[in-house]
Ligand binder design. Sequence first.
Ligand SMILES: NC(=O)c1ccc[n+]([C@@H]2O[C@H](COP(=O)([O-])OP(=O)(O)OC[C@H]3O[C@@H](n4cnc5c(N)ncnc54)[C@H](O)[C@@H]3O)[C@@H](O)[C@H]2O)c1
Length: 425
Amino acid sequence: MKMLESSLELKIQGRTARVGIIGLGYVGLPLAVEAAKAGFSVLGVDTDAVRAAGVNRGESHIADVHTQVVRRLVESERLAAAASYDALRGADVLIICVPTPLTKSKEPDLSYVVAAAKGCVPVLRRDCLVVLESTTYPGTTVEVVKPALEASGLRAGSDFHLAFSPERIDPGNKTHAFRDIPKIVGGLTPACTRAVQTFYEQIVKRVVVVSSPTVAEMAKVYENVFRNVNIALVNELTLLCNRMGVDVWEVIDAAATKPYGFMPFYPGPGVGGHCIPVDPYYLSAKAREYDFHARFIELAATVNDSMPYYVLSRVTGALGARGKTLRGARIMVLSPSLKIIQLLEKPGAVVTYHDPHVPSITLTSPGETIYSVPLTDETLSKVDCVILATDHSDIDYQRLLDKAPLIIDTRNRLRGNTNSHVVRL
Ligand SMILES: NC(=O)c1ccc[n+]([C@@H]2O[C@H](COP(=O)([O-])OP(=O)(O)OC[C@H]3O[C@@H](n4cnc5c(N)ncnc54)[C@H](O)[C@@H]3O)[C@@H](O)[C@H]2O)c1
């Protein structure tokens, strides 16, 4: 056994270990690039053949990953991609980075993780290391991934290494580089932990070892539940401040001057993105198996889910103050918040959106596709109201201030502006 461990570790340290990354999205592609930059030979597998082909042409489909970097790594034969798991034959390290969404009824959907684990079965080798990076409920690595991999006839912890290591990447964040974000690792056995620790030590500055995959899984969901609950708290405070006529943004700025024991969170039109609205449900679903109701999570969801309705009430109020109703009002949303668009369209508003990063969206009901309109003097002159739902940095805010007749600023992007046509959340 000792021989096996050290042979994998030696391969990793000597960069002769071959690395397979499963799922080349926001998590998988940056990881593949970092591993290749560190000197490993990396093969990415993605069931989306278009994505895989793009990588092989040296192209990046992820904004944070520069195409030049991908091209350089592909040309130097450090990085390649495929749409089939067959290409993973001979891999020493297999890292699963596939989606973990919710079903329609907001239950965990582990079908991608299960498919990835099953896909690994024919290519699983003695002494290899399998790591799950997808965010999921505590227990997934041991209860779901381990049995799926053991269909190979090999045993996790004795024939191959198994571990969980959550990804903490924050797409678009330019402050925290991949290498600087500490990586938590938890292996099935001490040998699994050493193997996973050795691997990540080659690509990040700090590896944090915990006692099991389940602790690592819980740490990741706790991080996201923490954010979700704190966003809900400040959202609730916003509703109260509005009723009391107090400026919540001023309150947060003042409280944030406390040098310890406080961390500012900001209100918004509802939580978005891949993680914060999804991951807490993974934990609350698992908790129910233990007859445990994760009340903070449920309460946070209740408050956060009510925010689009609150935005709607503020829009209705601001239009009303100008003698207008929602019915027939022409409203532009900056960034396509689907829920808000849906709520506006129901009573008859005519909604458009602008987003430099999202050329089109398909609404679930009635299933129509709408396209981003340009943010010009002309388009702004044709609307009654603009809802600033996301504070992208590449928006011409001066033009917005000059030309939009009414702005509902849900992000306090236009802070400091006292113009009466700007209404803050
Ligand atoms: N995006 C983030 O900011 C972020 C941060 C931390 C953790 N996570 C977690 O990481 C995981 C991946 O998220 P993401 O944002 O990279 O997702 P993504 O949708 O950007 O990418 C997932 C990729 O996996 C591919 N895929 C799906 N099923 C596959 C399969 N069976 N085999 C191979 N490839 C498959 C998809 O085609 C896609 O390219 C999720 O669990 C997510 O919660 C995401």
